[in-house]
Every structure is written in C-alpha cells, then in structure tokens.
Design a protein around this ligand. Structure first.
Ligand SMILES: Cc1cc2nc3c(=O)[nH]c(=O)nc-3n(C[C@H](O)[C@H](O)[C@H](O)COP(=O)(O)OP(=O)(O)OC[C@H]3O[C@@H](n4cnc5c(N)ncnc54)[C@H](O)[C@@H]3O)c2cc1C
Length: 430
C-alpha cells in the first residue's frame, strides 16, 4: 500500500543558513570555473563550485557555444598552448565521438563539441574529483574584511547557504564576486554585443555542402535589413555526420540590468527566427524546410570585469612580450563585437603567442581572490582575444595554483618561479 498521508508544516520563524566550508570556493561553473575547481581538487583541496544556473557548465553548455577555440596557435605549424584539463576533455569527448578536431582556414585547430556531452563530462569529473557542487545558488552578498573574503551568502529556492572558504575564484564572467565584495570593477563605455546561438534542423544535409558562408554574409549585408537582422557576419556550422547546424548570427546589447534578462532572451530568439526566415527565402535549395531545433541562452561576451593589480593591453598582446608573472598563454586574435553589423578582427602573424599575467587576474585590493575567464582585467580589445575557451581553461588552472601557493597568505606575494614551474605545460611546452 503506497503512503498517501501528508504532513502540515509552516516556515520556522527564523531559519539559519546552511553552512558549507571548503578550502577553495569557485563562483561560476563555466569552463574557467570548472578548470579552476578540477585543478584545485587535484591539488588536494576541498572545493565547492557554485552556480546560479540549475546545472553546471556556464555558457559553454547553456549558450551552445559549440566550438572550443584558442587552444592552438595559428599558422602552418600550429601547436597546442594549453594542456592539462584541456587534454582530458579532448581525449574523453573524442573517445566517445562527441568532439571533432577541425583545421581552420588560418591553420589553427578548433574543436567542435556536443554541448550535451560536455555537460555530462563536467558533472562526471566534478563528482569523481569529490567537488561539492551547488546549483541554482545565486550569490547575493559577500562578507569582505581586511582584504579577504570571509564568506559568501547564496540564495537558493530552498533556503540560504553560506560558504566559508579560505580562498575564492571569481569565475562568474561578470566579476560578481568582486563587485559584491565592494571592490572596484570595470564596465565598457560602449556596448560589446552578445549573441544567442541556436541549432538549426530540417535543412538539406547534402545541399549544405555547397554552402559558401561568404555568400550568406554578402546577402545579409545586402538584404538582412528586410528581415530585421542587424548582423552581417557570423557562422553557420554544419556538424559533420549530423543533421543539425549551429548558428551564431545575432547581436544584441547585454546590459547588467536586473530587468533586462527577458528582453535579451526575446530579442535573441526574435533575431534567430528572422535568420530562419532569411535563410528559407534567400537560400531555399538548402534551407526551404529549416527550423530552429534549440535556442541557447543569451551569450554574454564582455560585461563587467575586475580591476586587477594591472591591466593587460592590446599593445602587449600585439608584442607578445612575456611578463615576469606570465600565468597563461594565448594565440587567439582580437575578436571585438563592438558594432551591431560586423565583428572587428585584428589578426596576428602565424605562430604569434602572447601571455596573460597573474597580476591581471588578481583584484588589486584583495588577498584571497583570483579571477579567471572572461572577467579578468584587460582593455576592451585585449579582453576580446583572451575571453575564448582555451585561455579560460588556462586561467582557471593558473588560478588554482596561485591560490594553492598562497595558502592562508596573499596571492600578491606568491613565489612566481614556483607558479611558472607548475604551469610549464601551459607556458613553455611546444
Ligand atoms: C555567443 C558567443 C559565442 C562564442 N563563441 C566562442 C567559440 O566559438 N569558441 C570559444 O572558445 N569561445 C567562444 N566564446 C567565448 C566563450 O564562450 C566565453 O567567453 C567563455 O565560455 C566564458 O567562460 P567563463 O567560465 O569565463 O564564464 P561563463 O561561461 O559566462 O560562466 C560564468 C558562470 O557564473 C555564473 N554566475 C554569474 N553570476 C553569478 C551569481 N551571482 N551567482 C552564482 N553564479 C553566478 C553564471 O551562471 C555562469 O554559469 C563565445 C561567447 C559568446 C557569448
């Protein structure tokens, strides 16, 4: 006989928060936060990873980014510049057929991935590493005193959680941990546009082999306005052997306004629907029956970031000079989405590499926070190059080691030679 009785309860007058303690707390489970959490766990630290979304993976999963870029140099002899967790991810997803390696027109190597499988990879790795995960947990307040974060307050659907950790990684993408700590942050004066990626199905998978993306761009410039489309570039990427294609062709503003979230969803999806109208009408041989299979979450590129001990500049990434506190290596070009119609690209010479210094990941006025991912300190152009997933993984890894070396001390005074020794695969290996 199944139990059919019920209980009657009332919320207790005062409910204490659930308290979780850890050595390292990572705020944000995008690719940077996941790298930081996995590396910290490998270093034997007790780790908690927190995300406001109902599951782990950040934009890499929820915004259907689809391609990992920035792991290799450009040119005729590309080599991998970020290893470690990136190697595990590539090996595991390749083995199960969820990741394919592509040589781009510029000679760099990119990886197309299945976001559903990446999500499961992240969850599996986090569980295997013994990392405590909190999802649906929004950071609402931070106790910050004497240059240190003492604890985080998080709101969940089922009550408040307090996380007390020795050190913190701000991998929130929007520098939320630093902002709520009362630290200085930066916001761009002019918009950097976001995009809502989406998956298309129902197109002709044979005829699509003749699709020339340049023709789509030209047609968008010529007639996109008729379909209420603003962007003239972007990509349509057919997944080999599959019947779906990833589209990244929309552009809209991504203000950090608490009431703007729904507008971004509606605007992004409206543009996505208009892309389908455009493709059906302008390229009917391929797209006559195309439709949207899945809309991703709005993808945010550059919203708010930390004020670090120093800022990485465009001149530095152009020069490629290695700073004394180099913590990660990059090769991706400047890819700035600062106009509604076209992306501003600045290409570097084949083989060009440049570095992210630890000092642009460490908030100037805090001793136990390291930022990683798209919210580190760089000028608007330099950030547009280092925010892609390869460098995000490298920064997450570096953040874990910097906090490990700092222990109860300050990240500003760690032994840099020891840090670089640990990160040699990501700084020196060819
Ligand atoms: C449309 C688009 C296309 C792109 N294309 C590519 C590409 O093809 N290849 C590539 O490599 N890169 C690409 N990029 C860049 C790259 O995807 C992102 O910059 C990168 O994924 C950022 O990772 P992250 O870990 O720094 O942050 P995010 O993935 O943004 O993760 C931050 C996490 O923090 C959480 N968070 C934020 N605030 C709070 C809070 N208050 N409380 C709790 N949690 C919080 C969020 O929920 C989120 O999960 C693209 C970006 C966009 C937007």
């Amino acid at each position: 006989m199944p139990a059919t009785t019920t209980r009657v309860l009332r919320r207790p007058a005062k409910s204490a928060p659930t308290v979780i303690t850890a050595d390292i707390c990572v705020l944000g489970s995008g690719i940077a936060g996941v790298a930081a959490a996995l590396e910290s766990a490998r270093l034997g630290r007790r780790v908690v990873i927190v995300d406001a979304a109902p599951s782990l993976g950040g934009q890499a999963v929820g915004s259907i980014i689809g391609t990992i870029i920035g792991l290799y140099t450009h040119g005729s002899e590309p080599y991998q510049i970020t290893r470690g967790i990136a190697d595990d991810l590539i090996a595991d997803l390749t083995a199960e057929g969820s990741l394919s390696r592509r040589v781009s027109m510029t000679g760099t190597i990119t990886f197309q991935y299945d976001e559903v499988r990446l999500a499961r990879w992240i969850e599996r790795k986090v569980e295997e590493a013994g990392i405590r995960a909190l999802v649906g947990a929004v950071l609402t307040d931070v106790l910050f005193e004497q240059r240190r974060v003492r604890h985080l307050e998080l709101a969940t659907r089922f009550g408040t959680v307090r996380v007390e950790a020795g050190a913190y990684v701000d991998a929130s993408g929007d520098a939320t941990l630093c902002y709520l700590s009362g630290l200085e942050i930066r916001e761009p004066d002019a918009p950097v546009y976001g995009s809502l990626n989406f998956i298309i199905e129902g197109y002709d998978t044979e005829a699509v082999k003749d699709l020339v993306i340049k023709e789509v761009h030209d047609r968008l410039a010529e007639r996109g306005k008729q379909y209420d489309l603003v962007r003239h570039d972007g990509f349509l990427m057919h997944f080999p052997g599959k019947t779906v294609m990833l589209a990244n062709v929309t552009h809209f503003e991504t203000p950090l306004d608490p009431t703007a979230g729904a507008h971004m969803v509606f605007e992004g999806r409206r543009q996505a629907d208009n892309v389908i109208r455009f493709l059906r009408a302008e390229f009917p041989r391929i797209f006559a029956n195309a439709k949207v299979r899945t809309y991703g979450n709005p993808g945010l590129r550059q919203t708010r970031w930390i004020v670090g001990s120093r800022q990485l500049t465009l001149d530095e990434i152009r020069s490629g000079a290695r700073p004394p506190d180099a913590a990660a290596r990059c090769a991706w070009w400047v890819e700035l989405h600062n106009a509604r119609d076209l992306v501003h690209w600045e290409r570097f010479e084949p083989g060009h590499v440049y570095y992210i210094p630890l000092s642009c990941m460490t908030p100037r006025d805090a001793d136990n926070i390291v930022a990683a991912g798209r919210c580190v300190d760089a000028d608007v152009s330099a950030l547009s190059a280092i925010r892609v997933m390869g460098p995000c993984i490298a920064m997450g890894t570096a953040a874990a080691h910097a906090l490990d070396l700092a222990g109860p001390g300050s990240v500003h005074t760690i032994d840099l030679a020891a840090l670089q020794q640990r990160l040699t695969d990501n700084l020196d290996r060819r």
